[in-house]
Design a protein around this ligand. Structure first.
Ligand code: ZN
Length: 175
């Protein structure tokens, strides 16, 4: 289905900027094309193989806790969607696919990619899985930004990340 109008989701939320993430957590590792290991100083805050309801993830501790709350709440209202959702990954230290000089927010383990059925929706597509649309309000409520709101070829309807407004609340004041 088509991504709905941008004013219908992500209210008062913006994507976490690289400056915010670097300020708070520092360099995550190598800015490579494929997933690399975390070498940054936040390494001890990475949790692995944690069950968040529909699947297990690896990511930053407070982001994983927040993700659990998203799915717990969604489970109360749209259990079929929660039962069907799959992940294409959370933690992955790499460059953005659309901007090789910047880190993807997956690099700090604060973003997750979701899909339904057999196929992911590729970045740049104006389409989204209905399930992602249904989950978006639960993510937004918990302070996560939906990548369907990115513009142009960066549009990424399978992508959800801890929003810029939420980072400090979730992870504490900047060092
Ligand atoms: Zn993503």
């Amino acid at each position: 289905m088509d991504i709905p109008p941008p004013n219908s989701f992500n209210e008062d939320l913006t994507s976490a900027s690289e400056a915010t993430m670097l300020d708070l957590f520092g360099e995550p590792g190598a800015k490579s094309r494929e997933c690399g290991p975390v070498t940054g100083r936040f390494k001890n805050r990475i949790v692995s193989g944690v069950n968040v309801g529909p699947f297990k993830v690896s990511g930053l501790d407070a982001a994983v806790d927040s993700l659990k709350r998203v799915f717990e709440e969604a489970e109360q209202q749209i259990p079929d969607v929660v039962a069907a959702v799959k992940t294409a990954g959370m933690l992955c230290v790499r460059a953005k696919r659309t901007s090789r000089n910047s880190f993807s927010n997956h690099s700090w383990g604060t973003a997750i990619d979701l899909y339904f059925g057999r196929d992911v929706v590729p970045q740049g597509s104006q389409q989204c899985h209905q399930g992602c649309l249904q989950l978006a309000p639960f993510f937004n409520k918990e302070g996560w930004y939906w990548g369907a709101g990115f513009s142009g070829r960066s549009v990424d309807s399978m992508h959800f990340e801890v929003a810029d407004e939420t980072v400090e609340r979730l992870f504490g004041p900047r060092a």
